[in-house]
Design a protein around this ligand. Structure first.
Ligand SMILES: NC(=O)c1ccc[n+]([C@@H]2O[C@H](COP(=O)([O-])OP(=O)(O)OC[C@H]3O[C@@H](n4cnc5c(N)ncnc54)[C@H](OP(=O)(O)O)[C@@H]3O)[C@@H](O)[C@H]2O)c1
Length: 212
């Protein structure tokens, strides 16, 4: 497939771009600056995910859009970025007539019990709360979209560097935890799950989550 990856220089986006290339997909990586990405030998373009016209121009004629954008820590305001990015991606995908959109979201909106989200628990780190709530709002924006084949992919509560084991579990709106009660995934296994979803379309127009 011919895929555009927004946020291709980020921790998660880099791994998604790497996984796509390793499976023979054609990838254009997008960042705001458009500079070279150390782990990625494909084409990199400059573009702002919050601008539907820029998204459309870059995505035109491709098979899918993947977004792993996020606010640069201490630099960007995530509370507006996540909403503006959702609007940019939805608008851009419609303009370019690229129906398949996969979005890396947050774990905060996953439920730990019926009607109780992770972000609402007292243990949820205060520093991440506003971004997590904005991510939750962006999920609701996608849930209102019925003319695109979107998938919103929430990582486990902890996503970190580590090996690609080739194993992971997927769920829907509930936080997945392992036998020790931990919710974890590596960037590499998460990327593998995102590309599997791109290739298999098992979770179209819904949220999925990925954890061990
Ligand atoms: N457990 C969790 O819930 C969890 C944990 C970690 C991450 N996440 C989510 O996963 C996503 C990615 O996280 P990450 O840690 O990989 O992010 P990151 O390393 O900070 O990378 C962010 C990426 O987004 C790009 N970007 C930012 N604003 C952009 C814009 N307006 N237009 C185009 N590109 C833009 C950045 O590129 P430039 O700065 O070069 O433009 C960079 O490539 C975020 O949504 C984050 O909330 C969730």
């Amino acid at each position: 497939m011919d895929v555009v990856v927004f946020g291709a220089s980020g921790n998660i986006g880099k791994e998604i771009a790497r996984e796509l290339v390793s499976r023979g997909h054609s990838v254009v990586g997008v960042t705001r600056g458009g500079g070279a990405i150390d782990t990625f030998t494909g084409t990199v373009q400059a573009g702002d995910v919050t601008d539907p016209e820029q998204v459309a121009k870059i995505a035109q004629g491709r098979d899918a859009i993947i977004s792993a954008i996020g606010p640069r820590h201490g630099v960007d305001d995530g509370t507006t970025l996540f909403i503006d990015a959702a609007l940019g991606l939805i608008g851009g995908a419609r303009l370019a007539q690229v129906p398949r959109v996969l979005v890396v979201g947050g774990a905060g909106s996953l439920e730990i019990a019926p009607g109780v989200r992770l972000v609402d628990t007292p243990e949820f780190p205060e520093a991440w709360k506003q971004d997590a709530l904005a991510q939750a709002t962006s999920l609701e924006l996608y849930r209102g979209v019925d003319d695109l084949d979107w998938t919103y992919v929430s990582p486990a509560a902890i996503i970190e560097a580590g090996d690609r084991s080739g194993h992971y579990r997927t769920g829907r709106d509930q936080l997945l935890v392992d036998e020790d009660g931990e919710s974890r995934i590596t960037y590499a296994d998460f990327a593998s799950a995102v590309v599997d979803e791109l290739e298999q379309s098992n979770s179209v127009r819904r949220r999925m989550t990925v954890a061990y």
